[in-house]
Design a protein around this ligand. Structure first.
Ligand SMILES: [Zn+2]
Length: 538
């Protein structure tokens, strides 16, 4: 067992780095040492799939995001929290480490050791989505105790079990935060976020004029949402009791969304969209955004090609600047018709045949090289010159992933035998997202019958129109019985019977619902009169 300092040296190439759980640095070094062997194709992919950066940078402007990711790759990590804005917005810049005992046990069984799960370290998250149990917190405020170089595994130090029970809102908060984390690090911009929030507000009827919004209504939705629960640790910080909108709300809706902590955005997405999926869909709808994204992509491609064509740079150097591995750069250069320093060809020796056999069976590159007694770089080179070998390994990896996600989804089904698809998704968000993209037929067959119809778009609109229009009056009654008088506007009624996104898309197919709304939605005058005599029902 190496000492902490030796292990640090092996991981990041330095004995003096202070490891950070939420914002790690020197990731280029980590990628070269372990990332490639872990199956990541580039530093970017490693950052996007195994760190918290996607969550912390999602709402930042493109240039700031790029500068932060660049510092994460090559810098020492000092000042990162300040640059991201975590120090300024008072959400606490250092968080305790958390783990779920059941997850630790499961990872010990399947990988032979306990692992930290990144989604459990997200700020404000207090429950395990997989097991629906409270997380345990390890009080390791590294900078305070002088154990700054220590590396710990979950369960190694005394942990304080969280006393709170896993409530519905805590689970939803964890699910939304995790979905944001899985959304990746690319292709969003700040102005687009503001416009998406604004569109949602106007869909819900919570706007006043061109720039004002109805704080009273938004406050109510926020207070009833994931961040309004008594157990939510940052409830006080969100400041929802004021008569005026607090500074963070004005910043998020008024053109400075990047100055606001992601927790605040999670609260807004919950109140305005209900799910990160719908929010992302809305972001994608705007053509200006996709135009800007396309331009950004083109600029990046040009930059890449310039570096590839720059013959004064070695493959290794170009690879470092592009965040790719050297072999990829040399292949791309060959494809561009550029001269690449050729290496000795790999012969058909005894070791190579054994190496090939091992690699085909899906053994990790490091183990295969060790077993076949050839060097690691030779093993990577064999992979790079034999695309079919690479393809068969990729297919194997996908198959493995498919099996593991399928079983995770089955697990969610077992835990919630009568749950809706949405409830199960909250339990296994990553599995759902992957299966939806890569294994749709299987996923569809496993959904509850009603959801199968919804996903296959075989909705009987006439029937749904009728059923929804029947809900209008009971919903108005519910609204009228609220303790605080609330106007039963179209938006308010709609928000309670269907998702805003679905109404937006399908209103032409719902004529009865539309006329029921036109007929029964409360006018401002009627509301003013009712509010004067308001007596809440017991
Ligand atoms: Zn767990």
């Amino acid at each position: 067992m190496p000492s902490d300092r030796d292990a640090l040296d092996q991981l990041v190439g330095s004995r003096h780095v202070v490891p950070s759980a939420d914002l790690p640095s020197r990731l280029d070094e980590v990628f070269i040492r372990v990332g490639m062997r872990a199956g990541f194709n580039s530093v970017q992919e490693m950052i996007s799939r195994s760190t918290l950066y996607p969550y912390f940078t999602f709402f930042l402007p493109t240039e700031r995001k790029a500068s932060i990711l660049n510092r994460a790759r090559t810098g020492t990590g000092s000042g990162l929290k300040v640059e991201i804005g975590l120090v300024a917005n008072r959400f606490g810049a250092s968080t305790p480490l958390r783990h779920c005992p059941a997850c630790v046990e499961a990872s010990a069984e399947s990988f032979g050791r306990a692992i930290w799960r990144r989604e459990q370290q997200l700020p404000g998250v207090s429950v395990c989505l997989m097991h629906r149990r409270p997380l345990h917190e390890t009080e390791l405020l590294q900078s305070r105790y002088g154990n700054r170089h220590q590396l710990v595994l979950p369960g190694q130090l005394a942990a304080r079990p969280s006393t709170a029970r896993a409530s519905r809102l805590e689970i939803k908060f964890a699910a939304l935060s995790t979905e944001l984390l899985s959304a990746g690090t690319e292709g969003r911009n700040a102005a687009g976020h503001v416009r998406a929030y604004r569109r949602a507000l106007s869909r819900l009827g919570w706007v006043r004029g061109a720039t004002q919004f109805d704080w009273h209504r938004l406050r109510q939705a926020l207070a009833e949402g994931v961040c309004g629960a008594d157990s939510f640790p940052f409830r006080g910080r969100l400041d929802l009791t004021q008569a005026e909108a607090p500074a963070w709300v004005r910043a998020a809706l008024g053109g400075r969304p990047s100055s606001v902590h992601p927790i605040c955005h999670v609260a807004l997405v919950d109140a305005l969209f209900e799910s990160v999926d719908l929010f992302l869909q809305d972001l994608g709808q705007v053509t200006v955004d996709s135009y800007e994204q396309r331009t950004a992509l083109l600029v990046q491609r040009e930059h890449e090609e310039r570096l590839l064509r720059d013959q004064t740079l070695s493959c290794t150097e170009a690879a470092r600047r592009l965040g790719l591995c050297t072999t990829t750069v040399s292949l791309r250069r060959k494809r561009l018709g550029l001269a690449v320093a050729t290496r000795q060809r790999i012969g058909a020796s005894e070791g190579i045949d054994e190496l090939r056999r091992q690699l085909i069976r899906g053994v990790s590159v490091a183990d295969a090289a060790f077993n076949a007694r050839v060097s690691l770089s030779k093993a990577y080179r064999l992979l790079s010159v034999e695309p079919r070998l690479q393809a068969s390994r990729a297919a194997l990896r996908i198959e493995k992933r498919r099996q593991s996600y399928r079983s995770e989804w089955e697990q969610a089904k077992l835990q919630l035998p009568y749950g809706s698809c949405r409830d199960r998704r909250a339990l296994a968000p990553a599995a759902y997202a992957w299966l939806r993209r890569n294994d749709q037929d299987w996923l569809l067959a496993s959904l509850p019958p009603r959801m199968q119809h919804a996903v296959q778009e075989r909705v009987n609109w006439a029937e749904r129109d009728h059923a929804l229009s029947q809900l209008v009056l009971p919903t108005i009654m519910t609204i009228r019985e609220l303790t605080r008088p609330l106007r039963a506007t179209r938006g308010e009624i709609l928000r309670r019977i269907m998702s805003p996104g679905s109404w937006q898309h399908n209103q032409t197919k719902l004529p009865h619902l539309k006329s029921a709304l036109d007929l029964h939605a409360e006018s401002l005058e009627a509301f003013k009169i009712r509010a004067q005599y308001h007596r809440p029902a017991k």
